[in-house]
Write a protein that binds this ligand. Structure first.
Ligand SMILES: *Cc1c(COP(=O)(O)O)cnc(C)c1O
Length: 561
């Protein structure tokens, strides 16, 4: 490995997915985008990191919409086009045979000059059997056995690769439990024989805990991998003493979250509320809260970037400067937004042929399509929605992929298309295919209202609303995740429902009420008042919910301890 990256010790950031750019489909959603933003912020503030992930040659998938239904296509990419092959080769044992792993070096080039190495692990080598070559092909594909093999490559293979490449690692950070086997490999490597007896190993758990950090990302059960021990034993064999494994990873099953919790001294959730819920899910663990943030330069449209460059120079390195947004004249804010919106309207036209009105507000909703995100809440009462629109016109744009095995999510995409057809004639609308990083930026900057309606308390953080805030687009959202911290009612945006009210059942009613009585009238009748909310989204939300604040916190509270 090049001296540039090995001369100083680094923090190793392990992640199953990472969003480097739209052309590299090694991510599925928020978790991957966050990982990319972690590295981009690291480059900007010159925090020495190295990311370890899988090369996912066949990507997540490319989404096509045919007659309202999602069709999935492989999204194959050629790592040689964007990354350099590395010479080092290591092996991990699975089912009694060696599986060879090589790496690709992707150099993340920050726009402020910083550079960070990203290692993408690859088993597609001549030495491996056909099946083994595909272990790093499909992101979140395959069955439980396939997933376990991927996690062995990521955690155990990733650690061995870092050693082979000559990295000096001072701390490890696990982005979600997928990579927790790395902590097991650290235990194994640092085990010492007792009284010279090879069969009696002593594991130094405190030593491993000192160098491991773990961020948990979701209260949704399916987000936490658990593997039956019969499977673990058939694939991983006698990796570490079985009794020791059960003691740190759970008695019943190998629980990746439990493993990460037990072997990390620093543990955190991704918003205040999420940390509170995680403490209840995992009693006895000290769970900190570091609320997520998004990378300012990546998620700001060109028109707003140049506006900030002019009025708030240095904002990219020091996004706190956005608190001074009142330095920017209202007309300049409105003009920058108008340009982003025209770009989006042009994109909608080119993708769908539909003509959006440049004067009427656009409501945007885009995220992974899955039940708890409730993308259909807006359409709970079609007649009500139509009647609101006939008095206060608005338009709707949506996007999002459903996991290929999530039948409920795919059904939601179909239903949305039906709903959008039902309101046509009164409400102009579009569903844009293949939600990815580029489309996300066009949407969060080009709409006027960013809608989010998850089922509380399942939205651990949510980050797309933070991206919208960077572009002066206020959120209209259920009070969950980051929005509990970001919402100042009527000032930075609007809440839907009541946080204290545990029932989610009335959310649609709350949504319609506020849309009709507060949000749309402000847009149509009080432009100055509207721009003031836009400015507060920038000054009070974007100045805080950014990746630089997040990484400075990880650096001072987790990595240095
Ligand atoms: C930001 C982003 C997400 C995550 O958004 P949430 O609000 O957390 O759901 C998902 N997918 C893409 C492509 C994104 O850019």
């Amino acid at each position: 490995m090049h001296y540039e990256f090995t001369h100083q010790s680094r923090i190793a950031y392990f992640t199953m997915e990472i969003a480097l750019m739209s052309n590299i489909p090694t991510y599925s959603g928020g978790l991957g985008v966050l990982a990319g933003d972690v590295m981009r912020a690291g480059a900007d503030i010159e925090l020495p990191l190295v990311a370890v992930s899988l090369v996912s040659r066949a990507g997540y998938f490319r989404q096509e919409i045919l007659e309202g239904r999602q069709v999935e296509h492989p999204d194959t990419w050629d790592p040689a086009q964007w990354a350099h092959p590395l010479d080092a080769k290591i092996a991990v044992n699975m089912e009694g045979r060696e599986v060879w792993v090589r790496g690709w070096l992707y150099v993340l080039q920050g726009h402020l000059g910083g550079r960070e190495p990203v290692i993408l692990l690859d088993t597609d080598l001549d030495e491996n059997s056909k099946d083994d070559r595909e272990i790093t092909h499909y992101l979140y594909g395959g069955d439980q056995v396939y997933r376990l093999k991927q996690e062995i490559v990521l955690g155990i293979g990733g650690l061995r690769m870092l050693y082979a490449l000559g990295f000096q690692i001072r701390q490890y950070h696990m982005n979600e439990g997928h990579s927790a086997l790395l902590a097991l490999e650290l235990l194994r490597r640092n085990a010492i024989t007792e009284n010279g007896d090879e069969n009696h190993l002593s594991y130094d758990i405190p030593m491993v805990r000192k160098i491991c950090n773990f961020t948990t990302h979701t209260p949704v059960e399916a987000g936490h991998d658990q593997f039956p021990y019969e499977l673990v034993q058939s694939v991983l064999r006698d990796f570490i003493e079985f009794s020791e494994l059960k003691a740190v990873a759970g008695e019943e099953k190998l629980n990746m979250t439990k493993l990460a919790l037990n072997l990390s001294e620093y543990v955190n959730g991704v918003a205040l509320k999420h940390a509170e819920i995680s403490r209840k899910m995992y009693p006895g663990y000290h769970v900190h809260a570091v609320t997520n943030g998004v990378h300012p330069y990546t998620w700001t449209s060109r028109s707003f970037s140049s506006l900030y460059d002019e009025y708030l120079p240095g904002w990219c390195h020091e996004p706190q400067l956005l608190v001074r947004v009142d330095q920017i004249p209202d007309e300049a804010i409105w003009e920058a937004h108008r340009r982003s919106r025209l770009d989006l309207i042009g994109l909608i036209k080119s993708l769908t042929g539909k003509e959006f009105n440049a004067e009427w507000p656009i409501i945007g909703f885009a995220r992974r399509m899955t039940a708890y995100k409730r993308p259909d809440l807006l359409f709970s009462d079609i007649e009500r929605l139509k009647s609101i629109a006939s008095n206060h016109p608005f338009q709707i744009v949506m996007a999002g992929k459903a996991h290929p095995n999530d039948e409920g999510g795919k059904k939601l995409i179909e239903m949305l298309h039906t709903h959008l057809a039902d309101v046509s004639g009164i409400i102009q609308s579009a569903f844009l295919p293949n939600y990815d990083m580029d489309l996300a930026l066009s949407l969060v900057s080009g709409v006027d209202i960013w809608l989010n309606t998850p089922l509380r308390p399942l939205e651990a953080s949510g980050t797309s609303g933070m991206k919208a805030a960077l572009n002066g687009v206020p959120s209209f959202s259920v009070l969950d995740g980051w929005w509990i911290e970001g919402c100042i009612e009527g000032v930075t945006g609007w809440g839907i429902g009541n946080q204290a009210d545990k029932s989610n059942g009335d959310d649609a009613r709350f949504l319609y009420e506020k849309l009709e009585k507060t949000v749309l009238p402000l847009y149509h009748d009080d432009r100055k008042g509207w721009i003031s909310v836009m400015k507060n989204a920038i000054g009070k939300n974007a100045s805080y919910f950014n990746s630089h604040r997040m990484m400075r916190r990880y650096a001072t509270e987790a990595y240095v301890r």
